[in-house]
Write a new protein. Structure first.
Ligand code: GAL
Ligand code: ZN
Length: 683
């Protein structure tokens, strides 16, 4: 366990900017492999990740290990100053294991047992599987303990990516034991907490409680679901911890990370604290819209950084991805490099591409690597090589800096995310709403990021909590201190209306935020027909108006709160919709509607009233140019990224030195299509 504070401002604990790719020597013959180290070195690689799916090579028969291929590969790479991150191969347990112990296979909510033949087919609740996981981890760790070319480890691979809700007999028993611990063996306490009076769900003992199967036959109890999701996080964390403990015991000098991020894992909890830093796998082309892709990438990166701070990217898409029935766009010339810079701008302190060379076989035969199937280097290789050369200067510059955030959006609370799932009312999730708000501010060139409410809020001017129905009382003092110190807190409709068990609170909404926000909700409703029964919110004094889409709340301001906007339409006309209350040096703004882009845009002047110097990071940038500031005590690095489909001309620039061109930054600059400037301020 590492005890360094998790914060969106924490730099990743890496000793150099690791740059390279994931590499699968087990897929290739010796004559192809031989050329790899020199070619990687020429591309500026200093790191590869290997072995995370190689269990059947490493341990072809139970207890018989062979390492030759990896030994030789690690050595040949080391001779080119390319270091290795190894993965524990537990996402792909071999056939001898599943054949001897078929009970290790996962079971889905329909009771169907998963089969051998792909990956993530085995359950971490199984004692048998965990024993084998510890054995292979120890065997690999001990074998490489004194190998200087091995610098760190990745635990497993993308835990919970394909499968998380397991219903096998081990999970049933383990879930019951988990609940027994959480509720101190008191079944009445659990019945009360879950509201089991409803639908006769009362249990007589922990051994009667099943893993919940939503919709089989009817809706499951949301409290039962939330505790089950918490169990999955706990169980996954325990599984990982057993590997981490072995790796740290065998060689304390190694770093340990994991490549996320997926459902039902609390990366801000023990899972993340167990690691030196988090890994985040980035696949921008899953967004099918090329014009929207830079925005979704920016959100995904800012969201990833909110868990534990700056991260490594163990896998960034290096070409079109193809699997099953899809095949992504081929990145156009310059796109891979631009997307890599976007990642570095928003918190990547190391970056590996997925993958070195496209494999000719298997389910991912069209997941394109830096090199094609035929091993011929083409434009993707050239781009990766150009970036490798540039990172020799830029890599060391970014280490130790963090991304500057003026506007924080609440994100990455796994309880809040999971509480939404079983009782969403068809409303967008907190994460989807965070993305909508984030997009608005990115387009406006603001310094925006995602920040957990327990994190350091001290640099922020504005903090927006979008519709967090579940709200933890322990966050209140941090939010109060933020506002008293001059921050503006924006609270979206429905916040603080559910408790830690996912039950509705007894107080009038917004529950324990009532006094802080200075309002009560007199009436609320879902808008199912916004076209035929439109409602809009009209702001004063700006006169701005925004159509409300999903939900309305009629506010009742308490003494001390001002009405900032009123409803227009139906029986709500002129009723308060948005309120503001000054607290200390700052203010709390409550918005009784969903914070869509249009709503946030209309709200902005009201925020500026409380926070007059709130401004974009850099003024007057052309459309589709992204600006991000990374800084530390001594240094400010400005990233300007051209996402436009053409070259753009920028007429005002931070004064300094462009690390990409090696030239002083001029007053004016032309950024060609897909081009980037990284300006170190000051010279
Ligand atoms: C990632 C995974 C890789 C590979 C890649 C492309 O999620 O970690 O192993 O599968 O996606 O599909
Ligand atoms: Zn299971």
């Amino acid at each position: 366990m590492t005890d360094r504070e998790l914060s969106h401002k924490r730099p990743a604990a890496v000793s150099r900017f690791y740059y390279g790719a994931t590499y699968y020597p087990e897929h290739w013959d010796a004559d192809v492999r031989e050329q790899d180290p020199a070619r990687m070195a020429e591309a500026g690689f200093n790191c590869v990740r290997m072995a995370e799916f190689a269990w059947s090579y490493l341990e072809p028969k139970e207890g018989v290990c062979r390492f030759e291929l990896f030994d030789r590969t690690i050595e040949a790479l080391g001779a080119e100053d390319i270091q290795t991150i190894l993965g524990t191969p537990t996402a792909t347990p071999p056939r001898w294991l599943t054949a001897a112990y078929p009970e290790v296979l996962r079971v889905n909510a329909d009771g169907v047992t998963m089969q051998h033949g792909s990956r993530q087919h085995v359950c971490p609740s199984s004692d048998t599987f965990r024993a084998y996981s510890r054995k292979i981890t120890r065997a690999m760790a001990e074998h490489y303990a004194e190998n200087d070319n091995v610098v760190g480890w990745q635990t497993d691979n993308e835990l919970n990516c394909h499968f998380s809700e397991c219903h096998c007999s081990h999970c049933q028993a383990e879930f019951q034991r988990y609940l027994h611990r959480v509720y101190d063996g008191n079944i009445e306490a659990l019945n009360a907490a879950w509201g089991n009076a409803f639908w006769s769900l009362t249990y007589r003992g922990f051994d009667e409680i099943p893993t919940p199967a939503h919709g089989k036959p009817a809706y499951a109890n949301p409290a039962h679901m939330l505790d089950y999701y918490r169990f999955i996080s706990w169980n996954t964390t325990r599984f990982q911890h057993e590997q981490v403990a072995i790796l740290r015991e065998v060689q304390p000098a190694w770093f340990v990370m994991h490549n996320g991020t997926f459902a039902h894992i609390d990366y801000r909890g023990e899972f993340g604290r167990d690691l030196d830093f988090l890994g985040y796998d980035l696949y921008p082309f899953f967004d099918p819209d090329p014009t929207h892709r830079p925005l979704s990438q920016a959100f995904n990166l800012d969201h990833a950084r909110a868990w534990t701070g700056n991260f490594m990217i163990p896998e960034q898409q290096s070409g079109p991805g193809g699997q099953g029935s899809y095949f992504h766009d081929n990145p156009e010339p310059g796109e891979l490099r631009r997307m890599a810079y976007a990642s570095i701008a928003r918190g990547a302190d190391s970056l590996l591409f997925f993958r070195w060379r496209t494999c000719r076989f298997g389910a991912e035969a069209y997941w394109c690597g830096v090199l094609d199937h035929d091993n011929v280097p083409r434009r993707r290789y050239d781009e990766v090589k150009q970036l490798g050369q540039e990172l020799e200067t830029i890599g060391p510059e970014v280490l130790g800096t963090h991304v500057h955030v003026d506007i924080g959006i609440a994100a990455v609370d796994v309880d809040v995310y999971d509480a939404h799932l079983p009782l969403s009312l068809g409303l967008p999730s907190p994460k989807e709403m965070a993305e909508a708000i984030h997009g608005f501010f990115v387009k406006g060139n603001y310094g925006v990021g995602c920040v957990h409410p327990a994190d350091d809020l001290s640099d922020l001017r504005v903090y927006i909590m979008p519709h967090w129905a579940l709200f933890k009382p322990e966050w209140l003092p941090n939010l109060q201190a933020f506002v008293e110190g001059g921050g503006v807190l924006v609270v979206g409709a429905r916040t603080a209306t559910r408790d830690m068990h996912n039950n509705v609170v007894a107080e009038t909404p917004p529950g324990l935020l009532q006094r802080f926000a200075g309002i009560r909700i007199a009436e609320y409703g879902r808008q199912n027909s916004p076209e035929t029964r439109p409602l809009s919110v009209r702001f004063y004094p700006s006169g701005n108006r925004a159509a409300s889409q999903l939900w309305y709340e009629q506010l009742e301001p308490l003494p001390g709160a001002r009405t900032l906007a009123r409803w227009e339409g139906r029986h709500l006309s002129l009723k308060p919709a948005v309120s503001g209350r000054k607290v200390g040096e700052g203010a709390v703004v409550y918005v009784g509607a969903y914070l869509t882009e249009a709503m946030v845009s209309a709200l902005l002047p009201s925020l500026m009233d409380y926070c007059p110097d709130l401004a974009p990071l850099w003024p007057d940038l052309p459309e589709d140019v992204d600006v991000v500031l990374r800084l530390d005590q001594e240094k400010r690095l400005w990233f300007l990224i051209n996402n436009h489909d053409m070259g753009v001309s920028i007429s005002s620039l931070p004064t300094g030195f462009n690390l990409i061109t090696g030239q002083p930054a001029r007053v004016r600059m032309v950024l060609s299509k897909n081009e980037v400037a990284v300006i170190r301020e000051g010279e």
